[in-house]
Ligand binder design. Structure first.
Ligand code: ASC
Length: 150
């Protein structure tokens, strides 16, 4: 009985662990996937940031839609930082894989701040959007400083 439960547990662990690494046919696909997700996130975040910074006219509807997309798409890149994908057309530093805990912490912080930005944008209050844009942008920057090559 104990053997069976151990087997079921092991099978469950494997079935949760496999999709993240097996999702990509080749390492270049993982690199492309994460870069494209981060690009779409940045385009949407950047649109809201431009409004927050007075560089684009404030449009509450566009801000809310863009922040919601950035929030959702911001959850996607991380699976693309799979083991063995530190080579090729990427600025990702080796430290992403050697200091994974810190990288994950930054990635989680960004997602938490982006969710707050989406909530702020949904209210349509430009002052709250400004605060949330600054907090979110700060999380982009700190991760780039430590984990992205110049
Ligand atoms: C952006 C972008 C970043 C962050 C960062 C904020 O729009 O591409 O990397 O904001 O510049 O400091």
């Amino acid at each position: 009985m104990k053997n069976i439960s151990t087997f079921i547990l092991a099978a469950a662990v494997v079935s949760f662990a496999v999709p993240a690494s097996a999702q990509f046919a080749k390492p270049e696909d993982a690199v492309k996937y994460r870069k494209n997700a981060l690009f779409v996130m940045q385009q949407n975040f950047g649109r809201v940031a431009a409004m927050a910074g007075g560089k684009a006219p404030f449009d509450a509807k566009v801000a809310a839609e863009s922040a919601a997309v950035a929030d959702y798409v911001g959850k996607l890149p991380w699976v693309g930082f799979a083991p063995g994908t530190d080579k090729g057309d990427t600025k990702a530093k080796a430290e992403i894989w050697t200091d994974k805990a810190k990288f994950d912490e930054y990635a989680n912080k960004m997602q938490a701040e982006m969710t707050k930005l989406a909530a702020a944008a949904k209210t349509g209050n430009l002052d709250s959007i400004k605060v949330a844009v600054n907090a979110t942008g700060g999380t982009c920057k700190s991760c780039h400083d430590d984990f992205r090559a110049k």
